[in-house]
Design a protein around this ligand. Structure first.
Ligand code: ADP
Ligand code: MG
Length: 891
């Protein structure tokens, strides 16, 4: 047993660490500077020096000192090799990378080798794998519901590309991005680790997008991103002469994929031939930037929790792969109306076929994670339980396939998935025959092959069991012969089988020297053996060794068969996920009364009785039976594509804005929507901004963030965009804020010409309807009752009565003198002609007259580069925005 190895004598002697072992350690460590090194010493992985200090703190384990190195104590800590996974998980979750250095020969071999060439007997060691946050595959290290991506950003010339891979799924993908899209794509992937060349980190135009991911960036030497090398690497990996069959990959895409796969090879130290071919991600997805994803709380709430996110309330999937696919669809809704229609058709079918849906979901519930079991086995890291997972998943797939087969004409999406489930009866049969009922976690534990599968194995087992029976018989025989009824035959790992009596009876056995051979005497027991017992024990251990060797071979054979069928098995896994997601969306639609939306190429936007999926379900749970949520219509037809929504705090403005954005996303991911009906002309970009959001974590002043983000919208939104602006301009003094909001609405209306919802507490803005024909005013209905106001959460045409702000203050419990004073101030303001004028004026830049374009540019440069964002006064920031607007207008 390799586990029984003791700490070796080549360990650090107490006085000096400059031993061959330390030399070996230092050499390995030198090659893995940016990792914690798990250095295998017998039964432990040990860490030394700074690694030990860091790891002891991160793992909350004891830091010890051992030996001396250059006159200093050597800090050391260690984790047991048999239970290292938990410690590893803890380190990986904290963002560390861990190099695992194993002993690559048995200590006896090292001694033999040393004897031959007269050197020291030091066991050779080698790093067998580097575990990094983006490359883990162990079940214990992964979240079953979420993909774990390694991403890689590369640039060639002006082109940028992002490649990504969930190693536990094995399907690499790549996409071209622009500098301004990068942040959104990284937010979509939410990768655990992001590789990129040092060179790109220094690019100012990427700074903003990368800053949010600082903790996950893993800069690599620029040389790894050479597209020529990358091309050769891909050709070798996939055994193809040219990459033409992968689609028209750009040099940047090739560089990103090549660097990604090189990193995986370097860390896994494994053949990656099992990876699926790279998929080229097309631009047929709604562009959603990072801020919008955050604001809409798609996969996580603003406070970072999964619970309460949109994903958490719409997820009715029953398998890990299904949950991961649902998340992938939600964060990347489609823009191709036909593709959306196909998904909707499948969901619709499932909502109607309730018996089929129930039957399929019952089977999905028992379907293990085929995708991840396959990936682990293909990486040579799987165990007997992964084989069982494949067997069980394939059996369920077969059952689902026949359920679908008997359900008449299927919509395309389901017909395709059903066909992709494939036919695996031969493999199922083989696995069923091969695997025992109770399976160990590790292959090397043996005993996972069922009786009857391999006759030579059965014979060995028979032999072993016979010998055990004989040994059991010996106990009675020896007890009689020595007249010691309490004599026992026992077994332990170190000395194997032995006879044991209490010291009191030892003399009786010692008297029969021809039969009993004394082995050891302990405080409470005397131990003996016999020739016959040793012989039987030897047979048992030989049989066990031989049996294990056969089992290992059988395991390899089964894995080889699976790896050979990997492409079909992967298809089955994907098809199961598609079926799970389709049935889950149908289940959700039925349970929550969602409707099938109409998505087409028009510019329509008609939502009848829309609801907010998260707020609505929270109210269900809150006990109001769901009846508490007030449904609202929204119509952004071209002649009224910009809605200005006024109303006091807490009236429901933000909820209304978000629910419309979410209905679009749900519709375009191919799901039903929380509304009575919805007709949506495809949205290609979605922007959602909330004014005065506290984004202090990113080190900007709130107002500056608002400006930068708003400027991005004004630059990028086209006619197919949907823009949601919630109280933009609130982060500054009244007049500036109002002026900004004013300018933004004009720009959205006249230049962007997109569909937009704008919530504001600046009532002055409603006067814009006079000059902007497609702007319409809406407000939240409110009832006044006994000097209090009641929010009805109902959106109606018109403008809010501005005095409600004071009512709300009163409701919030402000002392009445304060409320009275506020009413007084409001009255003064309303009668102040200067204020009226300011509201009506466009903001003026600090430049006078009609500045030329170069002057505008120069002034903008000055504002944005000379001054730190924090030092920018609201006035200056306002100027900046105005200038940006001028630039984007091109006048
Ligand atoms: P505002 O943005 O106008 O300040 P919110 O959208 O934040 O208001 O809504 C305030 C609260 O009112 C929410 O927390 C929610 O519980 C409730 N609410 C909003 N809209 C509705 C609605 N349509 N039906 C029922 N309750 C609602
Ligand atoms: Mg609000």
């Amino acid at each position: 047993m390799p586990h029984a190895q003791k700490l070796l004598p080549d360990l650090l002697p107490a006085e000096d660490a400059a031993t061959p072992l330390m030399a070996q350690y230092k050499a390995v460590k030198a090659q893995h500077q940016n990792c914690l090194l798990f250095f295998r010493l017998g039964d432990f992985y040990e860490m030394f020096f700074d690694d030990a200090v860091t790891a002891a703190k991160a793992l909350d384990i004891a830091l010890t000192r051992r030996g001396q190195h250059q006159g200093q104590d050597v800090p050391m800590c260690g984790v047991p090799a048999h239970s290292y996974e938990g410690y590893l998980a803890k380190l990986i979750r904290q963002g560390f990378r861990v190099a695992i250095c194993e002993q690559t020969e048995a200590p006896e071999d090292a001694k033999k080798r040393a004897k031959k060439d007269g050197g020291k007997s030091i066991v050779s060691r080698e790093v067998v794998r580097i575990v990094t946050p983006g490359t883990v595959t162990e079940e214990t290290l992964l979240d079953a519901q979420a993909a774990n991506y390694l991403a890689c950003v590369a640039g060639v010339g002006d082109d940028l590309a992002v490649a990504w891979l969930d190693l536990a799924a094995g399907k690499p993908a790549v996409q071209t991005v622009s500098a301004s899209e990068l942040g959104g794509v990284l937010a979509r992937l939410d990768a655990a680790e992001i590789l990129l060349p040092q060179r790109l980190i220094e690019k100012p135009e990427l700074f903003e997008a990368l800053a949010a991911w600082k903790a996950r960036l893993a800069p690599q030497p620029n040389g790894r991103f050479d597209s020529g090398n990358a091309e050769r690497r891909l050709q070798t990996l996939y055994s193809v002469g040219t990459l033409a069959s992968f689609g028209d990959l750009t040099r940047a895409e090739i560089a990103a994929l090549g660097a990604l796969l090189e990193y995986v090879e370097l860390t896994q130290k494994k053949d990656l031939k099992h990876l699926a071919r790279p998929e080229r991600w097309r631009a047929a997805h709604v562009a959603i930037d990072a801020a919008t994803r955050r604001n809409l709380e798609l996969t996580r709430t603003l406070s970072g929790e999964r619970n309460g996110s949109v994903l958490s309330v719409i997820d009715r999937t029953l398998t890990g792969a299904g949950a991961r696919l649902l998340a992938a669809r939600l964060v990347a809704p489609l823009t191709d109306a036909n593709a959306i229609e196909q998904r909707l058709e499948a969901v619709d079918f499932m909502t109607r076929a309730s018996a089929l849906r129930c039957a399929i979901r019952a089977k999905l519930k028992q379907t293990p994670d085929l995708e991840r079991a396959l990936a682990r086995l293909a990486l040579g890291r799987g165990g007997p339980r992964d084989l069982a997972a494949i067997r069980d998943a394939l059996m369920q797939a077969e059952a689902i396939r026949s359920a679908l087969f008997g359900s008449g004409v299927l919509p395309d999406e389901l017909a395709e998935a059903s066909a992709a489930l494939g036919e695996h009866n031969a493999l199922i049969d083989r696995l069923q025959r091969a695997l025992a009922v109770d399976l160990p976690l590790l292959v090397r534990d043996g005993n996972f092959i069922a009786r009857g599968y391999a006759p030579p194995l059965d014979e060995l087992v028979l032999l072993r069991d016979d010998s055990r029976r004989l040994i059991a018989g010996l106990q009675q025989k020896y007890a009689d012969q020595s007249q010691t009824p309490a004599l026992k035959i026992k077994h332990n790992q170190v000395i194997g089988y032995y006879i044991e009596v209490t010291p009191l009876h030892a003399d009786k056995l010692l008297a029969k020297k021809d039969l009993f051979i004394h082995r050891q005497t302990l405080a409470g027991a005397a131990r003996f053996t016999t020739v016959e017992l040793s012989e039987l024990a030897r047979k048992i251990s030989e049989a066990a060794d031989k049996a294990l060797a056969i089992e290992l071979q059988l395991f390899d054979d089964l894995v080889a068969e699976i790896v050979q069928r990997l492409p079909e098995l992967r298809q089955t896994a994907s098809a199961l996920a598609v079926i799970d997601v389709t049935a889950a969306l149908a289940e959700l639609a039925v349970e929550q009364h969602y409707a099938r939306p109409v998505v087409d190429a028009s510019l329509a936007f008609t939502i009848k009785a829309g609801r907010h999926p998260v707020v609505e379900q929270a109210q269900w749970r809150g006990g109001s039976g769901g009846a508490g949520f007030i449904a609202n219509d929204c119509d952004l037809a071209p002649e009224q594509r910009l809605w200005l929504l006024t109303g006091p705090n807490m009236a429901g403005k933000s909820t209304f804005l978000r629910q419309n954005a979410l209905i679009v996303l749900l519709a375009q991911m191919g799901g039903f929507v929380p509304a009575a009906s919805a007709h949506i002309g495809v949205v290609d970009r979605l922007f959602s901004r909330v004014g005065a959001s506290d984004d202090l974590a990113r080190g900007h002043s709130t107002f500056m963030v608002e400006m930068v983000e708003t400027a991005a919208i004004l630059h990028q939104a086209g006619t197919r965009a949907l823009v949601i602006l919630d109280e933009i301009g609130r982060g500054t003094a009244t007049y500036d804020g109002l002026s900004i909001a004013w300018a933004v609405i004009e720009h959205l209306h006249n230049a962007n010409r997109c569909r937009a919802l704008f919530a504001t507490h600046y009532h002055e803005l409603t006067s814009l309807t006079a000059s902007l024909p497609s702007l319409s005013c809406h407000t939240m209905r409110i009832k006044e009752w006994q000097h209090e106001i009641i929010f009805l959460h109902e959106v109606i045409a018109g403008v809010a009565d501005r005095s409600y702000g004071i009512h709300v203050a009163k409701m919030a419990g402000l002392p009445s003198p304060v409320v009275a004073r506020a009413e007084q101030v409001l009255a003064t303001l309303e009668s102040d002609p200067a204020r009226q004028k300011s509201a009506g004026d466009m903001p003026l830049p600090s430049l006078s007259g009609q500045p030329s374009m170069p002057m505008v540019k120069a002034e903008l440069d000055r504002l944005l580069t000379e001054l730190k964002p924090d030092e920018l006064s609201p006035r200056e920031a306002l100027d900046a925005l105005y200038l940006i607007k001028k630039l984007s207008d091109g006048d």
